[in-house]
Design a protein around this ligand. Structure first.
Ligand SMILES: [Fe+2]
Ligand SMILES: [Fe+2]
Length: 185
C-alpha cells in the first residue's frame, strides 16, 4: 500500500489518525510475513555446522517427517521453522525461533519449540561434556512428554542425506494457512 506518511516527530506527539493509518496497513504488512519467514528459512543453507546436511535441508526433512506422520498443520509448521533462530543466534536459537513463531502456534507448540534445544541434548550432550538428562528439569511440565516425542520423531532423526524431503514450495499453502488464519498476528 502506498499513501501518505504520518508527520509526527515523536510517538508522544502522534494522533489517533496516525494510528488509524498504522492499523489500516496492518493486513498488507501481515500478508508479507509468510514470504519473509520462508526467505529467512532459506538463509539457513549458508550455515556451516559440519552436520551431514545443512539446517535448511534438516528443516525440510523434519517437516516432511511430520507431514508423512499425518501430523497436524501446527506440528509440521513447527518442524519447518524450529531452527529459524540459527540464522541470527548461536547460543539461544530455540528461544529466538519460539518468539518468532509464537503468534501462530499454541502455547504447547511454543513451549516445545522454545525447549527443543535442551531436549535434543538427550541425543548428544554426553559427547560434549554436558548432561544429556538436562531435560529432566522439566519433568513436571505438562508438555514434557510431547516435547520428547516431537524431538524424537521429527528433529533428532532429520539428518539423512538420502531422504526424499518435500521442497519448500510444497509447504507454502500450509505456511499461509497457519500464519494468515485468525488472530491479529
Ligand atoms: Fe534446534
Ligand atoms: Fe533441528
Amino acid at each position: 500500500m502506498t499513501g501518505q506518511r504520518s508527520t509526527y516527530t515523536s510517538m508522544e506527539t502522534s494522533t489517533a489518525e496516525d494510528w488509524a493509518t498504522f492499523t489500516v496497513r496492518r493486513p498488507a504488512r501481515r500478508a508479507l510475513l509468510p514470504g519473509r519467514l520462508t526467505d529467512m528459512l532459506k538463509q539457513l543453507k549458508s550455515i556451516d555446522d559440519g552436520a551431514p546436511i545443512d539446517p535448511f535441508a534438516h528443516s525440510l526433512q523434519a517437516a516432511t517427517l511430520a507431514y508423512e506422520d499425518d501430523a497436524d498443520d501446527e506440528t509440521v509448521f513447527m518442524a519447518l521453522f524450529h531452527d529459524i533462530g540459527q540464522f541470527v543466534s548461536e547460543d539461544n536459537h530455540s528461544q529466538v525461533a519460539a518468539a518468532v513463531l509464537k503468534p501462530y502456534i499454541s502455547e504447547r507448540g511454543h513451549w516445545i519449540v522454545k525447549h527443543h534445544g535442551i531436549f535434543q541434548g538427550y541425543y548428544y550432550f554426553h559427547h560434549v561434556n554436558q548432561d544429556r538428562n538436562a531435560r529432566d528439569a522439566y519433568r513436571d511440565n505438562p508438555n514434557y512428554e510431547a516435547c520428547i516425542e516431537w524431538c524424537d520423531k521429527y528433529d533428532q532423526r532429520a539428518f539423512r542425506t538420502d531422504y526424499p524431503s518435500k521442497p519448500l514450495e510444497f509447504f507454502e499453502p500450509l505456511i499461509e494457512r497457519v500464519m494468515l488464519s485468525g488472530g491479529d498476528g
